[in-house]
Design a binder for this molecule. Structure first.
Ligand code: INI
Length: 162
């Protein structure tokens, strides 16, 4: 039996964070969480870049352009879609999720989904650094592990050994 997995060592890896300005209060907390996760796992500050976009809707097109540039090992999208009085939020969240997934598949790189989809601001606050953790932190760890498993698959390595 062979086990192929990614380790959680970030040294030498480069990350792009795509951050949505809409609900910026929450996004800043998610960015902090993502940066914390990466630097704690050995990623250097200078290997993390942040790209701001107006809203979650715009995250896929910018993620695609970043991916095409070939400078990064993974992309982490962060933001918050919060339910309003209409169904607008459903379209925004759905297309952001679909678009980001597509970028990852097309460009063969990890595109982590750190965009909250919440009923209200309280739920978003809970998930951006209080009771329910920080989903930016979680998304960054997922990006890191996936970048490393892809590296091992491409290098034909088992078990994530270096
Ligand atoms: N964008 C978000 O990131 N979060 C939201 O909650 C949101 N809502 O609910 O409207 C939102 N809308 C803006 C959208 O992402 C686009 O920027 C806009 O539609 C222009 O293309």
């Amino acid at each position: 039996m062979r086990i192929i997995q990614g380790n959680m060592i970030g040294s030498g890896l480069r990350f792009a964070i795509v951050a949505s300005r809409f609900n910026e209060l929450i996004t800043h907390k998610l960015i902090d969480g993502a940066k914390d996760a990466l630097t704690r796992h050995g990623v250097r500050q200078q290997d993390i870049d942040i790209y701001w976009v107006p809203g979650a809707w715009e995250t896929p097109v910018v993620a695609k352009e970043i991916a095409l540039g070939g400078k990064y090992d993974a992309i982490i999208a962060v933001g918050a879609v919060i339910k309003g009085d209409t169904t607008h939020d459903q379209y925004v969240a759905g297309e952001a999720a679909k678009g980001l997934a597509l970028v990852g598949l097309e460009q063969r790189m990890p595109v982590a989904f750190g965009i909250l989809t919440c009923e209200n601001l309280e739920q978003a606050l809970m998930r951006s650094g209080s009771k329910a953790g920080n989903k930016g932190y979680d998304a960054a760890l997922a990006a890191l592990e996936t970048a490393n498993v892809l590296k091992n698959i491409r290098n034909g390595k088992e078990g994530g050994e270096e």
